[in-house]
Design a protein around this ligand. Sequence first.
Ligand code: SF4
Ligand code: SF4
Length: 301
Amino acid sequence: MSAVQNKRIGAEAVAEKGWLRAHKWLILRRISQFSILVLFLAGPWFGQWIVKGNLAYSYTLGVLPLTDPYVALQSMVTGHLPETLGLVGMAIVLVFYLLVGGRVYCSWVCPVNIVTDAAGWLRNRLGIKGSSQLGRNTRYWILGMTFVGSALTGVVLWELINPVSMLHRGLIFGMGMAWTVVLVVFLFDLFVTSRGWCGRLCPVGAFYSLLGRWSPVRISAPARAACNDCMDCFEVCPEPQVIRPALKGEGKGVGPVILSPNCTNCGRCIDVCSKEVFTFGLRFNNPVSTAQPAVTQSEAR
Ligand code: SF4
Ligand code: SF4
């Protein structure tokens, strides 16, 4: 293995900031993901029905309905309109992710993220390189096909094979064959394509990225001048293509805010940066350099 392959992502950050600060957002995300799971499990496992349901539809403390808008929309194209409570739950979820960023669902809620993060970590530790040529737009094509397929068949097709729902339902009610689907996702990310499931295939992530397109809460790189090109942020990021415009766009008149809706607001780039380049911020606080005429973020890549 080469020296590059042996390099531990975030080692510099741990040395500079300490282990806790170099893992702060990762720890908070895991607390969020496991807390949500515990809330769902408390009913069927311990008889404490704080939350009833699953990630598709839930009812908390008898007052808060939450409906996954992607599942609800698939259901609608089959000709089934959700009940009033389902529509209210859908509106609440839509507004929440419109504000905080759609792919916050991926990094702070989705249980499959723990599986794909584990595959990404192991892939890096084993120094596995090379990826298939699957394009990042594949997930949007799959997203479109799930709606067309549901409309044509009258069945919410994706929910029959959705690893997110299968894993979540499996943890609550028993895994059955769901393990095989989760294992396939893990092995696909480990051996076939780096961050392949979430970054190239999952239509749930694609849906939430569209939902969060204009959300105000964004990651920003206000201290980008301090970047020492260690590349740790690119290595740890599940969507590394989103970083370059904000981090390297200063001379091209591109602001420091990461505007791509595929950023999951996971905060790992903040964690692993020893130079404290990144932070959470707002999309409006995006001062551009006047060194050269402004170009779009995609041109800056
Ligand atoms: S892309 Fe899909 S599987 Fe990955 S974290 Fe998002 S919803 Fe979960
Ligand atoms: S840019 Fe940062 S916050 Fe966004 S997905 Fe990458 S590591 Fe996570």
